[in-house]
Write a protein that binds this ligand. Structure first.
Ligand code: ATP
Ligand code: MG
Ligand code: MG
Ligand code: MG
Length: 468
């Protein structure tokens, strides 16, 4: 079996052999883009190279980029534990051409690596193209029968850096895991199933956009691709589910052994959430993010606390997450030395957060049980109760949602937002009542605009640019 570490290496080696510079992953906190919460695609560190603002000593590059999708435009947090293919933290393998090769070579490289180098049977692959992209359609006919090249008219197959700047059609490659799994090909009514899994997205940066309208062709057409390492590892290891790959099996083995539970039935999702959130927490702390009540730190706190509730569900009587860090470092420390360096900090941070959260977790869960006793499937929890759980017991909104999901209950989001707004209003009134000057109003406004309230953690949509 090829290990995930070997697959990462194999990808980078293939593109290096084709003249690409191997570029190490950038940190998860974006260095060149204040509008983005976390790096969420391989192209992010190269944005300025694509627009021409920055030049580098190479025209083609390859990387395995750490990504987090747990907030903003790409938020996969709610999928984790419940789909076979989503993580909050994952690695995006990519090859990039900055005005060098274009569509034909990009498709050729993808096909050669998947089928020749890695030996994936051609009949397992399907490609999508943007509906008007006859050029890409034509290029794919060299490799695939026409019925497995699917024209898609939605935004899924058209990429743009933002309202202005480079944009262009994309072509996604799907792997068919077989008809024993529910799901239909892309573009079909059942496409959201897990049978056809998108493994690789090829973006053809072709046009220049201004205020959302295409204004011309780019002088230097470019390529940006992204492939989920965990998804291709599942394919190459002959499993359907990312959580059955070597890396995740090792992490789940650690949590089953430390909790003395198996990963069957209702415990399956818990172990998956714990393994996934261990990775995102560990990598975020290693890149300098610490739990906080606002901004990036609040996204991290939500992730950590959600994992901690699942540890509690599994019956862990003591803080668990920090004891899993050695398994994470054993799996991923060689590829990411920052994890080894930060190990003591990751452990201490997880331990402290879990110790603190445990003080209120039990009481909060009890309140939640009482509030939902007698509620039947399909019912909705009052927003005010969710707000009390947040305010008094430190339950992030999505933790409450996650806790109710297993029982088919939902939360009244609007009611929660209203309770939050009311608390802010009251705080503001109290502030005014203390004889403060009118300029304090301004302070509140600035605080809200700059997003420095605890609220930003989960409502953040900072208008980040669309990425791969
Ligand atoms: P999906 O439709 O499955 O959510 P996507 O279209 O949002 O994927 P892209 O933005 O095209 O994904 O990212 C490029 C590649 O990164 C995908 O083809 C996939 O292999 C991988 N990927 C995207 N999101 C995740 C995730 N949350 N966890 C693991 N891999 C991911
Ligand atoms: Mg997605
Ligand atoms: Mg997709
Ligand atoms: Mg995609």
């Amino acid at each position: 079996m090829t290990s995930t570490n070997d697959i990462r290496r194999g990808f980078l080696d293939y593109f290096a052999s084709q003249g690409h510079a191997i570029v190490p992953s950038a940190p998860l906190v974006p260095q060149n883009d204040p509008t983005l919460m976390f790096v969420n695609a391989g192209m992010v560190p190269f944005k300025n190279v694509f627009t021409g603002l920055e030049s580098r000593p190479y025209v083609t590059a390859t990387s395995s980029q750490k990504c987090v999708r747990a907030g903003g435009k790409h938020n996969d947090l709610d999928n984790v534990g419940y789909t076979a293919r989503h993580h909050t933290f994952f690695e995006m393998l990519g090859n990039f051409s900055f005005g060098d090769y274009f569509k034909e070579q990009a498709i050729h490289h993808a096909w050669t690596l998947l089928t020749d180098v890695w030996g994936i049977p051609a009949e397992k692959l399907t490609a999508t193209v943007y509906h008007t992209d006859d050029e890409a359609f034509g290029l794919w006919t060299k490799y695939l029968p026409e019925e497995r090249i699917i024209r898609i008219a939605t935004k899924d197959n058209f990429w743009a850096m933002g309202d202005s700047g480079p944009c262009g059609p994309c072509s996604e490659i799907f792997y068919d895991h077989g008809d024993h799994i529910f799901g239909g090909p892309p573009g079909s009514p059942d496409e959201d199933g897990d049978r056809f899994v998108e493994i690789w997205n090829l973006v053809f940066m072709q046009y220049e956009q201004d205020a959302n309208a295409i204004v011309g062709e780019l002088p230097k057409k470019s390529i940006d691709t992204g492939m989920g390492l965990e998804r291709v590892a599942a394919v190459l290891q002959g499993v359907h589910d990312n959580y059955d790959t070597d890396t995740f099996k090792a992490l789940i083995a650690a949590s089953t052994s430390l909790t003395g539970t198996d990963a069957e039935g209702p415990r399956r999702a818990s172990h998956r959430v714990i393994a996934d959130h261990l990775r995102s927490s560990g990598f975020l702390v290693a890149d300098g993010v610490l739990p906080a009540n606002e901004g990036r730190g609040y996204v991290l706190r939500r992730i950590m606390r959600r994992a901690m509730r699942h540890a509690h569900l599994l019956g862990a009587k003591e803080p668990l997450m920090h004891r899993l860090v050695p398994a994470l470092v054993a799996e991923m420390g060689a590829a990411y030395p920052e994890l080894v360096r930060a190990q003591p900090l990751i452990e201490a941070t997880l331990r402290q957060e879990e110790t603190q959260f445990r003080k209120t977790l039990d009481k909060g869960l009890k309140l939640l049980d009482e509030a939902t006793a007698g509620m039947v499937e399909g019912a909705t929890l009052a927003g005010e109760t969710a707000f009390r759980l947040y305010d008094t017991f430190g339950f992030p909104y999505d933790l409450t949602e996650d806790a109710l999901r297993e029982r088919g209950l939902s939360v009244d989001r609007a009611g929660f937002d209203a309770a939050m707004a009311e608390q802010k209003r009251a705080a503001r009134a109290a502030w005014k009542g203390s004889g403060a000057k009118a300029s304090d109003d301004l302070w509140f406004d600035i605080a809200e605009q700059s997003g420095s309230t605890e609220f930003i953690g989960y409502s953040v949509d900072v208008g980040e640019a669309e990425v791969v």
